[in-house]
Ligand binder design. Structure first.
Ligand code: ITT
Length: 205
């Protein structure tokens, strides 16, 4: 029986959300930092799916553990899907989100509400020690706001406006964000797949 899962992410904001979503699996969830191994993974895929699989496989091969990975990003329709798979690297990996968010607000200056549509996308990949690979995708639709709002979440959350909530995703509690978010949807779907596989394996014993 598997007693731990390594989550192949170096993003602390993601990791907090992930721990809460996977809490009920009853196994230890280790981040890359927790493994103590230094990884330099080149995310050279062209899709969220490719990048999530690259990360999960690289860490599975180095550790022999069941590894999950998250590749996610923000797609802005008016900018033809930018920043998309380059969301973390947009304007440079080390540039603050203050600057990235302000820049996106400026690029949408004068653009009316109906053309400010955007979505967060998340693909979770699972790489099993026997070589099997699974992926699950989740999205959340919203709009690019006119200013940064809220202190919660991370990354582009302060400019991601949810009209039905009348707030940005940075103004939601982590529980509420997980309930609605791209990551929450993809990771809950993956959790169900993993539970099914574990049940099958238990039955075979
Ligand atoms: P790992 O590859 O180590 O997991 P990363 O931050 O480099 O961390 P990605 O390549 O998947 O991760 O880039 C995802 C970026 O998309 C992330 O850095 C944010 O800028 C943005 N993003 C994804 N999910 C988000 C969310 O829930 N809220 C705000 N921004 C998000």
């Amino acid at each position: 029986m598997i007693d731990k899962i390594i989550f192949a992410t170096g993003n602390e904001g993601k990791m907090k959300e992930i721990r809460l979503i996977l809490e009920d699996l009853g196994v230890e969830i280790l981040s890359l930092k927790d493994t103590g191994i230094a990884f330099d993974i080149e995310e050279n895929g062209e899709t969220f799916e490719e990048n999530a699989v690259i990360k999960a496989k690289a860490v599975m091969q180095a550790t022999g553990a069941l590894v999950l990975a998250d590749d996610s990003g923000l797609e802005i329709d008016y900018l033809h899907g930018e920043p998309g798979v380059y969301s973390a690297r947009y304007l440079g990996e080390d540039t603050s989100y203050r600057i990235k968010n302000q820049n996106l607000i400026e690029r949408l200056e004068g653009v009316p509400d109906e053309k400010r549509t955007a979505r967060f996308v998340c693909v979770i990949a699972a790489a099993f020690p026997d070589g099997r690979v699974l992926t699950a995708r989740g999205t959340i639709e919203g709009m690019i706001g006119y200013e940064e709002r809220g202190k919660g979440g991370f990354g582009y959350d302060p400019i991601f406006w949810l009209p039905e909530c009348g707030c940005s995703t940075a103004e939601l509690t982590m529980e509420k964000k997980n309930e609605l978010s791209h990551r929450g949807k993809a990771l809950r779907a993956m959790k169900e797949e993993i539970k099914k596989l574990w049940k099958l394996e238990e039955r075979k014993k």
